[in-house]
Design a protein around this ligand. Structure first.
Ligand SMILES: NC(=O)c1ccc[n+]([C@@H]2O[C@H](COP(=O)([O-])OP(=O)(O)OC[C@H]3O[C@@H](n4cnc5c(N)ncnc54)[C@H](O)[C@@H]3O)[C@@H](O)[C@H]2O)c1
Ligand SMILES: [Zn+2]
Length: 377
């Protein structure tokens, strides 16, 4: 059955202009994967390659392929194993070789159908093969729809660290179908909501309040809520990226709210113990408490953020970090690439919807903030 009640019209999409590359549109809607063929065809494309991961290749990968074939675009399909380990140079090299075997040229459209792993890897391979192929981002996880598919950061991991090799490569278009979120495991879905709360905290008090008012239906993945949530998050990320695509002015750094803590939590807990969004939720709690201890904001801000995260099912405290010495957190945070000269620097809110960058903070206050999220079992 095909339903189109909340179908998004083409002119209903978010337009963005990258100062470095060309402008493109972000389409958000329900059951719009079926219409992707028409969008790609508008670009005079006759040939396409759909890259997805093995767990969604038969579902969303197939829907996209059928839609392209319905408008007479010739399609080849490539898959990668699911999971973060696929964001590797080995997998990139395999895709480069597949592209060569298929004799892909610059007129071929590449479609990255999947979560952030597929998007980051495929975007990077497209950016580098033949000095750049056009890529469409077709995000199918919440993380990808509200974050990774927007902004043009692509790349792979090295043994020495995440995302160490990559390129800025803006897509031809982004197609985010909220219908794909139905099949996401609950923990993955909830984890993605952390970045959404982040957008409200750093940029948009009205959106934060909308999240508070609709937390139950968001938790239940109701379509109207999802549609607004993904659209507004995409707009907010776009707003930031348009003004600071390559992290020059410092604006893009506001997206790092909660993340300096989160990276330290992810590393100390051991990769895989906490999902990224769970670590971000904990990181935002440490950050908002740090802001409170610096007198930047009222207690009500701390309470509202905590309440919203909890209602959405995100952690605000955890026993998994209990046994870790506070010095370990500080050492890891000092190594964070956003740190300048060992001086810890944090993006901290001064009210809901606004952040500042604060540095030269007393380390004692930082460790006290961390202790507040380390719960006993
Ligand atoms: N480029 C950026 O700006 C940016 C921003 C944030 C995150 N990232 C990157 O994104 C990656 C994380 O992305 P992710 O959370 O989407 O992980 P992911 O791509 O690994 O997807 C998570 C899991 O969900 C499965 N999946 C995908 N779509 C599904 C669906 N509709 N239904 C059911 N299962 C589905 C995948 O097969 C995978 O097993 C990380 O590598 C991170 O570094 C990049
Ligand atoms: Zn993040």
């Amino acid at each position: 059955m095909k339903r189109h009640e909340i179908h998004v019209r083409l002119d209903d999409s978010i337009a963005t202009t990258s100062p470095v590359s060309r402008s493109y549109k972000i389409h958000v809607g329900d059951e719009i994967l079926q219409d992707i063929g028409a969008l790609v065809q508008n670009d005079n494309v006759q040939r396409a390659v759909v890259v997805s991961d093995q767990s969604i290749n038969e579902s969303h990968g197939r829907t996209v392929t059928r839609s392209l074939e319905a408008v007479s675009i010739t399609v080849d399909r490539l898959t990668i194993p699911p999971g973060e380990t696929s964001k590797s140079l080995t997998e990139a090299e395999r895709l480069w070789n597949e592209f060569a075997r298929l004799e892909i040229d610059r007129k071929t459209a590449i479609l990255a159908v999947g979560g952030g792993v597929v998007g980051d890897l495929t975007g990077f391979v497209a950016a580098t093969f033949s000095r750049g192929l056009q890529v469409w981002q077709v995000p199918t996880t919440l993380v990808a729809q509200v974050d990774s598919a927007i902004g043009g950061k692509t790349g792979v991991n090295l043994p020495a660290g995440k995302n160490l090799v990559g390129a800025f490569w803006q897509p031809r278009g982004v197609v985010a179908d909220i219908n794909t979120l139905k099949s996401l495991p609950d923990r993955e879905y909830v984890s993605g909501l952390a970045e959404v709360v982040k957008y409200g905290m750093i940029l948009d008090a009205d959106f934060f309040q909308w999240l508070e008012n609709n937390a139950i239906s968001i938790r239940g993945r109701e379509k109207e809520s999802l549609n607004h949530l993904v659209r507004r998050s995409a707009e907010l990320k776009t707003f930031v990226v348009e003004r600071d695509e390559r992290e020059v002015t410092g604006l893009r750094a506001c997206l790092n709210y909660g993340h300096t803590f989160a990276h330290a939590f992810e590393t100390t807990a051991g990769y895989g113990t906490l999902l990224h969004g769970e670590a971000v939720s904990l990181g935002m709690m440490a950050a908002v408490r740090l802001a409170y201890s610096l007198d930047l904001l009222d207690q009500t801000v701390v309470e509202r953020q905590q309440q919203l995260l909890e209602t959405l099912g995100l952690p605000v405290g955890t026993p998994v970090l209990n046994d870790i010495a506070t010095d370990d957190f500080l050492r890891i945070m000092a190594r964070d690439k956003k740190t300048v000269g060992g001086n810890l620097r944090f993006v901290l809110p001064d009210k809901i919807g606004h952040v500042e960058i604060i540095d030269h903070i007393d380390h004692m206050l930082v460790t006290s903030a961390i202790k507040t999220i380390c719960y006993a079992n």
